[in-house]
Design a protein around this ligand. Structure first.
Ligand SMILES: [Zn+2]
Length: 342
């Protein structure tokens, strides 16, 4: 299997975020790339640099105003006297049915869901290359590869069509799914990150052509709080094409695999022609977020189970934070999935 990744993805280096109101070092560190790269290579993958795919595949799932904001906000922010070094919002619209703000501070509040996605000079470029890794992996599948891995960092599944959040700016999994739609009438996205893939759900919520399924820690007391509940099933023509499977905290491998079986039933019933796995590794028992208790052998079984769907598959990296086993967990997933075979 091929892995796609570009050096530019390391340059985004967010410094801080608020956790329960307290400033903390931002855990979405460039060093994650080194660990994940080592994990992919250990599983036998060959690493290639993606090409520059322009804005087309990204603009297919994000609004023009949002992409313009991401591209220019850092420069605009620096012109504000006394502004912070990174773009961090301090006001949010309580409803988004008012007018679009003209100011940098107003737009930061409009386009950023929380404080976990600070924007610095390098953010836009890193996010672009992260998305292009996903595009390249999707194109590899369309060219006939059975599977491909996109080492996307910064991650993407908390980014909506026009809102950043939770360390995410461009929704790489959504970009990959939309590229796959060129050759597949139906695509499924299976999100196994610890956190609910709220941005991905939001992008496809009213669409029946992209099924979104997410397994995650129950958001009743966990990020992203406002999304990820079992009664969110889609709307309009997309009703029934979103499935959320919230899991109790610390529920472990067996509960995860059981929920995965439920996810597979829905995916098979939808009969997609291609699959995107939004692969977070933060469900790990030793991950700093500590939400679920999946083990390293558990990731191997999860990979093996997903391979059983027997679909052309793009694996897109989402979360998974610095801990000793981060690379090993990726190796376990990819090896279980069958990365050594192709
Ligand atoms: Zn996560």
């Amino acid at each position: 299997m091929k892995a796609f990744y570009a050096e530019e993805q390391k340059r985004h280096d967010p410094k801080a975020f608020l956790s329960s109101g307290a400033p903390q070092p931002n855990p979405e560190k460039p060093e994650r790339i080194e660990r994940l790269l080592a994990g992919a290579i250990s599983a036998g993958l060959t690493v290639e640099r993606p090409g520059n795919h322009g804005l087309g595949p990204i603009a297919a799932v994000h609004t023009p105003e949002y992409l313009d904001f991401l591209k220019h906000i850092f420069t605009r922010w620096q012109r504000i006297e006394g502004a912070s070094a990174e773009v961090i919002p301090n006001i949010h619209p309580i409803a988004r049915n008012g007018s679009y703000p003209a100011s940098a501070v107003g737009q930061a509040g409009y386009h950023m869901a929380d404080t976990a996605c600070p924007i610095s000079a390098e953010t836009w470029n890193s996010a672009l290359w992260s998305a292009w890794s996903a595009v390249e992996a999707a194109e590899a599948i369309m060219a006939g590869a059975p599977s491909a891995y996109a080492l996307c960092r910064p991650p993407g599944h908390h980014a909506f069509a026009d809102v950043a959040g939770g360390f995410c700016f461009i929704n790489n999994s959504a970009v990959a799914a939309q590229v796959l739609r060129k050759s597949s009438a139906r695509v499924a996205i299976l999100d196994v990150d610890l956190h609910h893939g709220n941005g991905t759900q939001g992008i496809f919520y009213a669409r029946p052509d992209v099924l979104t399924v997410s397994l995650h820690a129950d958001p009743v007391r966990f990020y992203p709080f406002f999304w990820g509940h079992a009664d969110e099933r889609g709307e309009g023509p997309g009703l029934g094409y979103n499935l959320n499977l919230p899991l109790p905290r610390k529920s472990g491998d067996a509960a995860f695999l059981e929920a995965l079986a439920t996810a597979f039933q829905r995916i098979r019933a939808c009969a997609p022609e291609a699959l995107v796995v939004a692969l977070g590794l933060d469900a790990f028992e030793g991950d700093p977020f500590g939400g679920l208790s999946v083990t390293t052998p558990g990731f191997s079984r999860i990979g093996e189970a997903i391979a059983g769907l027997d679909l052309p598959t793009v694996i897109v990296q989402e979360g998974g934070y610095l801990c000793d086993a981060l690379g090993d967990n990726l190796t376990a997933f990819l090896t279980g999935f069958g990365g050594k075979k192709d």
